[in-house]
Write a protein that binds this ligand. Structure first.
Ligand code: MG
Ligand code: MG
Length: 457
């Protein structure tokens, strides 16, 4: 399903084991999530467990032991079970899992052995890298084994550690090691991310065709995206798509997607496909008539200039903060030119005058998750961009009309009045390379003339 060879995960485990030093890491699989009652949502494997093993089933726990000479990698999985498999699908079981994952058969074990073996596997480590609060996700019994064993290993070390000179003295977040590894995409991951970007673009292309033909509502727009994602080989959307028409585009995480689309509306679409477990994440804002009105185009051009300026800043040695500043400065300058703000752009930025119009950040990391983990700053300083990082660039401007939100306090007279009711976001996925930014989603136009040409066909 994911298409990565066992060697990919072996390489990642080696890197994690090296960073663990004398530590031990315990990673349970993601739990099943229910929509309501006993109706399960589609199962989404845990990103960290997947990253290190390629494992995509529930009911598993990985133990990595940096300090050990043997059993350095142990994976507990649910055994084959014909009765369960008839209801929920084929399980791999320990035998096939060892073969598929390239692990010694003795180190892929039935899950029922976890409770008796985990305390012993933790003994000798200096730190346990585990997330106690989230361990219940795997299922209450397995989660409580992880919690109990971890806590017991600390108590044991407290009693005996002084004599033996061993035993864990603390519990730390696995993200300290894994977030950092996941931040840098290798060639295979970049290939998967290109595939996710391409499938995402395919979804938007299908939607654009539909808009040209005439589209009734936000629901139909969402349906076009989802259909095209699956046709392009995606497992589905990487996150709940946003198809927001008219004033709904002023709601940042709008999700109802059930309103009619009216003539002359802008349609803000924020959606991405998941391919081989990796996410695409695109936003485009399009005039459903095929042509921007004068006011729509004026505001759109400001956001597009901010996008271009921010993408340009995505270079090794610059910071994520610099990308945000590039976008913010372009937005403020544009709003001054349009008369929405007045004053010196640098001063306006310092006074946070942009915040009511652009309340979110310009970028987030992208990878196995849409908002991929990783520090944006280290030791109080914005971190430098390096080749292999992938981030989004997504400036926006949102000018809700009077009365849309409770307590929305607008000046009177309102210099933004001509643009009220418009919400615009443009988002691309950017790979940092030695040569600068590579826009993975560049195939989908952002330039207003190119967009109009595409929509009017
Ligand atoms: Mg997005
Ligand atoms: Mg995004």
């Amino acid at each position: 399903m994911h298409g990565f060879p066992p060697s990919t995960f072996q390489r990642r485990r080696s890197a994690a084991l090296h960073r663990l030093g004398k530590g031990v890491m315990v990673l349970p699989s993601a739990g099943r999530v229910y929509r309501a009652g006993d109706s399960e949502l589609p199962y989404r494997p845990d990103s960290e467990l997947f990253y290190l093993t390629g494992w995509t089933e529930p009911d598993a726990v990985l133990v990595l032991r940096g300090f050990a000479d043997d059993a350095r990698v142990v994976l507990y999985v649910a055994p084959r079970d014909p009765a369960a498999e008839q209801w929920t699908g084929i399980r791999m079981g320990p035998g096939a899992a060892a073969e598929r994952l390239g692990l010694p058969p003795a180190d892929v074990r039935p899950l029922e052995r976890l409770s008796s073996e985990l305390p012993g596997l933790l003994t000798g480590a200096d730190l346990v890298h585990a997330r106690l609060g989230e361990a219940h996700g795997v299922g209450e019994d397995v989660g409580s084994v992880v919690v109990r064993s971890t806590v017991a290993s600390l108590a044991l070390a407290r009693r005996r550690g002084a004599r033996t000179g061993s035993g864990p003295r603390g519990i730390v977040d696995p993200g300290g090691i894994l977030d950092e590894l996941r931040l840098f995409k290798d060639a295979e991951e970049v290939r998967a991310m290109r595939a996710a970007a391409d499938a995402s673009v395919a979804g938007f292309e299908a939607l654009f065709d539909r808009v040209v033909a005439g589209i009734d509502g936000e629901a139909e727009a969402e349906a076009e995206l989802l259909r095209a994602f699956r046709r392009a080989g995606a497992s589905g959307p990487a996150y709940a798509p946003i198809t927001a028409a008219g004033v709904n585009a002023c709601i940042l995480h709008y999700g109802a997607n059930d309103a009619p689309i009216l003539e002359g509306d802008l349609l803000l679409v924020d959606a991405g496909a998941e391919v081989r477990m990796y996410a695409g994440d695109i936003s485009r804002t399009i005039p459903v008539s095929g042509r921007f009105s004068t006011r729509q185009r004026e505001l759109y051009e400001v956001v597009e200039a901010a996008r271009a300026s921010a993408v340009e800043a995505c270079r090794p040695g610059r910071t994520v903060e610099a990308v945000h500043e590039a976008a913010s400065l372009a937005l403020v300058r544009g709003l001054v030119d349009l008369g929405v703000l007045s004053g010196d752009p640098a001063v306006l930025l310092a006074e946070e005058a942009l915040r009511p119009f652009f309340p979110h950040r310009t970028s987030h990391w992208l990878g196995l998750e849409t908002h991929d983990p990783g520090d944006y700053a280290r030791e109080g300083r914005a971190r430098l961009l390096e080749p292999g990082m992938v981030l989004t660039v997504e400036p926006g401007l949102y000018l809700p009309p009077p009365g849309l939100f409770q307590g929305l306090d607008l000046p009177d007279p309102d210099p933004a009045a001509p643009f009220r009711g418009l919400g615009i976001r443009i988002e691309d996925d950017i790979l940092i390379t030695d040569d600068g930014p590579e826009n993975l989603t560049a195939a989908l136009p952002t330039d207003p003339d190119a967009l109009e040409a595409r929509l009017t066909g």
